[in-house]
Design a protein around this ligand. Structure first.
Ligand code: SAH
Ligand code: SF4
Length: 410
């Protein structure tokens, strides 16, 4: 069963209104780094001497307290709060839909304004609760320029990159909805623990290729991991790439988060087909970049994602080659059962095959967990995300449900 946020009743509408960002040309402060914030303060007339203090106050309210209204910033004078409200925006994006899966997975459909004459865009974000942790799967682009053949997002043309504020807003709203920010009546100086939160981990594994939107993703992740703000440990942030080789060393040097590589095939001919960016950056180059990934070691392994496609990449011969290829790289291999979507041309390998594949890799020295598909009933699993421009028709939904039921019978 799927539960949706009911926007037809009054409480639902009030909740939605609170989260709705006005159609405004005001500058959004969310996602700015300290320098940009300081420049924005200067522009609205904050004296030079006060800039540092104001930036630090606003940073605290935005990222420790999670406020989305200037009136809540109690240590800022009424006059300045008014000026801020006239010129700047810190409101949340509009939530068009919130779905909660039977397994507790949540999926949000967000709408972001595009500025100027640009149309509003929509993206999806997924929250996956597990024993001992909660992972937020964040999108970096609306659509994707790449066309991996097994991925639903890959069938949606790139509409635009998300800004750093839009990448970050996905985390802020998830924390609002999950009650991760302190209450409004928490005293101003209260210590706000970074442990024990609902969102303990972030993965850049939603819609889009994060390394094709490097600057904005970098800025958002540096803010998410800033110790005076959201304070997420970089070890709990994973960026997944299909293999944009030139940006891999920069990811390690400039962002310093964990790396995941969507490998999916062990030979170039097959990878060219499944992950077409391979034609530009073939497997050997990709693995060289991984071998040299700044900061990778046995305690900070690189994750290799491998989607299990029946009859395509799932033999023991493939597993053997995989182990050979990864020699010398501190790695772990995540096996992802293929998640079907309407119109997809693949089937998921059967359970026995996946188990054998995993055991072989384990026996050869690499951890190789099988990722449990989560939130399939709300199309929230890996590779199932795709937004408005081509939402599923009802007939497609029914077809998909039938596919799921057939899949579970295996
Ligand atoms: N663009 C980035 C991150 C988003 S995709 C990348 O490709 O890495 C996140 C993960 O889901 C990737 O490993 C991707 O290959 C995988 N994926 C895509 N479609 C899938 C599907 N239908 N079933 C299972 N995994 C899929
Ligand atoms: Fe884009 Fe990643 Fe999907 Fe490939 S797997 S189409 S890179 S989102």
């Amino acid at each position: 069963m799927t539960i949706s946020l009911d926007l037809t009743d009054e409480a639902g509408r009030a909740a939605a209104d609170k989260l709705r960002s006005p159609k405004t040309q005001k500058r959004s402060l969310v996602g700015m780094d300290r320098q940009e914030l300081s420049d924005a303060m200067r522009e609205i007339g904050v004296p030079e001497k006060q800039l540092r203090m104001r930036v630090s106050q606003i940073w605290h309210w935005l990222y420790v307290r999670g406020v989305s209204d200037f009136s809540a910033m109690r240590n800022i004078s009424g006059e300045l709060r008014e000026k801020l409200a006239e010129n700047c925006d810190i409101s949340r994006p509009k939530i068009l839909e919130e779905q909660i899966s039977d397994d507790g997975t949540r999926k949000w459909l967000f709408q972001f304004q595009s500025g100027g004459a640009g149309k509003p865009v929509e993206i999806e974000t997924v929250y996956i609760p597990e024993e001992g942790r909660g992972t937020l799967c964040i999108s970096s682009q609306v659509g994707c320029t790449l066309t991996c053949t097994f991925c639903h997002t890959g069938t949606q043309k790139l509409v635009r990159n998300l800004t750093s504020g839009e990448v970050l807003a996905q985390l802020l709203v998830a924390r609002d909805r999950l009650g991760d920010f302190p209450n409004a009546d928490t005293p101003q100086g209260a210590i706000v623990p970074a442990e024990g939160r609902k969102v303990s981990n972030i993965v850049m594994m939603g819609m889009g290729e994060p390394l094709y939107n490097f600057d904005n993703v970098k800025q958002a992740l540096l803010i998410a991991s800033d110790n005076e703000g959201l304070s997420l440990s970089k070890r709990r942030i994973t960026l997944s790439t299909s293999g944009v080789v030139p940006f891999i060393p920069r990811t390690g040097d400039e962002i310093g988060v964990m790396l995941a590589i969507s490998l999916h095939a062990v030979r170039d001919d097959l990878r060219d087909e499944l992950v077409p960016i391979n034609k530009k950056y073939p497997i050997a180059e990709l693995l060289d970049a991984c071998r040299n990934y700044p900061g990778a070691n046995n305690a900070k392994r690189i994750t290799f994602e491998y989607v299990m496609l029946k009859g395509i990449n799932d033999t023991l011969e493939d597993a053997k080659e995989l182990v050979q290829l990864l020699k010398g790289i501190p790695a772990k291999i995540n096996l992802i059962p293929f998640n079907p979507w309407p119109g997809s041309n693949y089937e998921c390998s059967n359970w026995e095959t996946i188990k054998r594949f995993s055991e072989f890799i384990n026996d050869n020295g690499y951890a190789s967990p099988i990722r449990t598909p989560r939130g399939q009933d709300i199309l929230a699993a890996c590779g199932q995300l795709k937004s408005e421009s081509e939402r599923l028709k009802k007939t497609d939904r029914l077809a998909l449900e039938a596919m799921m039921i057939a899949g579970h019978g295996e």
